[in-house]
Design a protein around this ligand. Structure first.
Ligand SMILES: Nc1ncnc2c1ncn2[C@@H]1O[C@H](COP(=O)(O)OP(=O)(O)OP(=O)(O)O)[C@@H](O)[C@H]1O
Ligand SMILES: [Mg+2]
Length: 271
């Protein structure tokens, strides 16, 4: 677990980010199986616009699998996933990403042999057009110009204090910088919801607070976040609500302060 006393002590401030009440994502009775293992066992929860939801639980509880089912990397054997009210359960990860549902992974996934800037531009380019039909019929409206994408990439670098590593290869960056590149790549596509799997892994302890601040700012812009994180002080600082999983099931769904006093949650952690 990452030590960050400052974060643990900081008062938790809530802004307009407590959401505008609109449900962006709805998971309903989601089931995911790996052979005989039921990794996610009938999990349901909603995420509102601008809301950050922490997804916690002991090792093997099914948190990463839940994220994968939402992102489209793991097939749901049961239940449904709605994005802005639209059933996306059968859509590929790529199609969900086009609709604004983006996932980062437990290990970093940016391109090491590209520079920071190139990483951002390729992320933006991936979303340049839309479907073939819309490219043919609405090309002007849907395609972003290369210049626009480069400008956006540069704005992103400035915003996250990363201009000094714009031309560094991603593989040369620190763990925290690589995490940030990964998140910035998602932001290049104007997401509605980010699914973050242990984003603080590999981030130097003194930079955790900065990354949490960046994530709070992203949330406050109205982008919803689901964060899987073992560092509970990070979950506390960022999340409006916390969903707890144990053995594939949801065992609690409440604000952080209620979660820590919940007997079932304490038992799950003490095992
Ligand atoms: N690709 C896979 N094939 C088979 N079983 C898997 C696979 N991925 C996960 N599992 C199993 O599914 C269950 C849930 O795993 P998952 O990785 O979702 O847990 P987690 O909560 O993310 O754990 P951690 O905190 O260790 O990352 C575990 O029993 C795990 O062994
Ligand atoms: Mg995991």
């Amino acid at each position: 677990m990452i030590e960050s006393e400052k974060l643990a002590d900081a008062p938790v401030e809530r802004t307009a980010s407590d959401g505008d009440g609109r449900v962006v994502l709805s998971a309903r009775d989601v089931v995911v199986r790996y052979g005989g293992v039921v990794a996610v066992d009938g999990v349901s929860f909603d995420v509102k616009a601008g809301e950050a939801v922490g997804l916690i639980g002991p090792n093997g509880a099914g948190k990463s699998t839940m994220l994968a089912s939402l992102g489209g990397q793991a097939k749901a054997a049961g239940g449904s996933i709605l994005l802005d009210g639209r059933d996306v359960t059968k859509l590929s990860a790529y199609r969900r990403a086009r609709l604004g549902l983006l996932r980062t992974f437990q290990s970093t996934s940016e391109f090491g042999d590209m520079t920071t800037f190139e990483n951002l531009v390729t992320a933006g380019n991936g979303f340049k057009g839309a479907s073939l039909t819309s490219v043919v019929f609405h090309r002007k409206e849907n395609s972003r110009s290369d210049r626009e994408i480069a400008g956006r990439a540069w704005e992103m670098l400035e915003r996250f204090d990363m201009t000094h590593v714009a031309n560094a290869y991603a593989k040369e960056l620190s763990g925290g910088q690589r995490r940030l590149v990964e998140i910035m790549r998602c932001l290049m596509t104007s997401p509605k919801l980010l699914l973050l799997d242990e984003p603080m892994v590999g981030v130097a302890p003194h930079l955790v607070e900065k990354l949490v601040g960046d994530l709070c700012a992203i949330r406050d812009e109205g982008i919803s976040i689901i964060i899987v994180e073992h560092a509970l002080e990070v979950v506390r600082a960022l999340s409006n609500r916390v969903v707890v999983m144990s053995f594939g099931k949801k065992i609690a769904d409440a604000p952080y302060d209620e979660i820590v006093n919940n007997r079932e949650v304490q038992d799950a952690y003490l095992g």
